[in-house]
Design a protein around this ligand. Structure first.
Ligand code: 13P
Ligand code: SF4
Length: 369
């Protein structure tokens, strides 16, 4: 059955009285009406009842490339979180409008570094001679605001995601004496270890303290300066979870996202981005056993897609990204039907000046892989 799409979209609250089936049918009906004018992108952490409507799914890197390659669409509806929609707006090939179906879908890690704090840290590093003479390269994780990406664009820096951190560090460590990495200390540390940088040459920058809580000498000696930020979802995985699952599932392989703390990554068998996790499980032999340390919606989907393998979430408790989960079918139906009615709701717009500099840092990343 096809539902008539309203000429004028009702208020968001009206969608909460609809059944799951009605919502799914109205989303598909609105998609058909919009045709190639809309492209729906879905991050792997999105819930099943949303991701099933996506034209493309991917990790933050893949979605960022896809957003840059859809000139025919008028609208990019981004089922993910705010920094991803911002990146799509920065990279869009024309004057597409980027829509985030729920403006509350942020990222607590991205919020752990503001552009003002990063600028202030940079000034302090310069004052002690650690930013000028020692050639520090700023690298921001994709999970950061457009303003921080713009800072990197202006200061010979670059953006990185969990899927390209290794080639990016490889190139950057050849060009600079040290890297200033924000906001995820764990991805920075886990990647630094892959380059055999000793842990005592990695220091943590706490933005609430003078010199980030370090001495000038310590900062001059450091090869990696890591922002004191983390993901609260991946932070729930603890080393004892790995030890426990090895006891409970003999022969298990432990596969985690590099946003997990060092102790967890150290005890695991493999670590990599969400795309890497999906690929690894896809290629694993039938009957193999896996404990996966990443967001629960993705892990549950892998469990369903691979009934021939024994797969479980690494931690027994729920590791769900609450902000990703904010994009519900109600929000998606509302956003799409609003577009059908000629109304663009929840548009994400990065100011032109910020976008121009941020694009420089994103383009440097895209040139690497
Ligand atoms: P990916 O780059 O693997 O998509 O990760 C993004 C993210 O927010 C993970 O928590
Ligand atoms: Fe941010 Fe963590 Fe959620 Fe990823 S899983 S969007 S890093 S809070």
């Amino acid at each position: 059955m096809t539902y008539a799409v309203l000429e004028r979209a009702p208020a968001l609250e009206d969608y909460f009285g609809l059944s799951e089936r009605e919502l799914a049918e109205r989303i598909e009906s609105a998609r058909r009406s919009l045709g190639s004018r809309v492209v729906i992108l879905g991050h792997h952490y999105q819930r099943d009842d949303v991701v099933c409507h996506a034209d493309y799914t991917g990790d933050s890197f893949k979605l960022c490339r896809l957003a840059a390659a859809r000139p025919e669409a008028d609208y990019i509806v981004f089922c993910g979180v705010h920094f991803m929609a911002e990146s799509a707006d920065i990279l869009k090939p024309g004057d597409q409008k980027v829509v985030l179906p729920d403006l509350g879908a942020g990222c607590s890690m991205a919020d752990m570094a503001t552009a003002e704090q990063v600028e202030d840290a940079w000034d302090q590093l310069r004052e002690i001679g650690a930013a000028g003479d020692f050639k520090v390269m700023p690298i921001t994780y994709m999970n950061s605001s457009a303003a921080i990406k713009a800072f990197c664009g202006r200061n010979n820096g670059v953006v990185c995601t969990s899927s390209n951190a290794v080639p990016l560090f490889d190139k950057s460590l050849k060009e600079a004496d040290k890297l200033f990495f924000f906001p995820d200390q764990h991805l920075g540390r886990n990647t630094g270890v892959k380059f055999r940088i000793p842990l005592d040459e990695m220091v943590v920058w706490d933005p609430s303290q003078e010199l980030g809580g370090n001495t000038a000498e310590g900062l001059r000696r450091a090869r990696l300066i890591l922002w004191k930020g983390h993901c609260s979802v991946h932070g729930r995985f603890r080393p004892w979870h790995v030890e426990q699952v090895r006891r409970q599932m003999p022969g298990v392989r432990v596969l985690v996202h590099p946003e997990c703390e060092r102790g967890v990554v150290e005890l695991s068998d493999l670590n990599g981005s969400t795309e890497f996790i999906i690929k690894t499980i896809g290629q694993a032999p039938a009957g193999s056993k896996w404990a996966i340390g990443t967001e629960v919606n993705l892990v549950n989907r892998l469990v369903k897609q691979h009934p021939d393998k024994e797969i479980r979430l690494l931690a027994p408790d729920l590791c769900m990204c609450a902000t990703m989960y904010r994009i519900a079918p109600q929000n998606l139906a509302w956003a799409l039907e609003s577009l059908v009615a000629g109304e663009v709701v929840n548009q994400i717009t990065v100011p032109e000046e910020t976008a121009r500099h941020a694009r420089v840092a994103l383009d440097r990343m895209l040139a690497i892989k």
